[in-house]
Design a protein around this ligand. Structure first.
Ligand code: 2AM
Length: 172
């Protein structure tokens, strides 16, 4: 269909073990729990893009630099503005900032606008319309984040449905 547009974003896409660990954190929360298959860290949010941009967007995935991201998920926190309870890191590895900057640079080079809400704050949204997370200790876990995905978001009655359109192992 001519003029088709897709709502797209790039994300670090967890494996099943990491999803299980994130689900463990979700049990501590009150709010609209994000379905386990939707959990991710957004690297770049593109919003609506013409379907014709897909080859260039997939090419950008291939051009991302090879890197290793060992993320220590040791933090739960809260965005007051949109009432999101999230998981993340006390210390973001410089390699993650580097990856995000390079992705933003490649997008800009292709003339593709992306919205980073001003500043990159790496987080996994665990619950929406949430209460602030409890201040309980949890055992940190490591996420070897080596899968970057180009993801389509479809808005459905039951909430967004994400489809991975392309992915890349960035440690290879
Ligand atoms: P959120 O989880 O913090 O709401 C799909 O919607 C993904 O893109 C979600 O991870 C969402 O972040 C993020 N996202 C949505 N709109 C965005 C925007 N304008 N800027 C940055 N990220 C956005």
């Amino acid at each position: 269909q001519a003029g088709e547009s897709l709502r797209l974003f790039y994300a670090l896409w967890p494996d099943d073990n990491v999803r299980a660990s994130l689900m463990g954190l979700q049990t501590l929360l009150q709010g609209r729990i994000v379905p386990q298959q939707n959990l991710h860290i957004t690297l770049a949010f593109l919003g609506q893009q013409p379907a014709g941009a897909l080859p260039a967007l997939k090419d950008i995935l291939r051009r991302l630099p090879k890197t290793r991201l060992g993320l220590t998920v040791d933090r739960m926190a809260y965005f007051n503005g949109n009432r999101i309870a999230w998981a993340g890191m006390h210390q973001t590895p410089e390699a993650l900032f580097g990856l995000q900057r390079e992705l933003a640079r490649l997008l800009k080079e292709q003339g593709i606008a992306c919205d980073d809400k001003g500043k990159f704050k790496p987080h996994v949204t665990l619950a929406r319309d949430a209460a602030p997370p409890p201040d309980t200790f949890f055992t940190p876990f490591t996420w070897e984040a080596n899968r970057v995905a180009l993801v389509q978001s479809l808005t459905k009655a039951g909430g967004p449905v994400y489809t991975v359109l392309a992915e890349r192992a960035i440690d290879q």
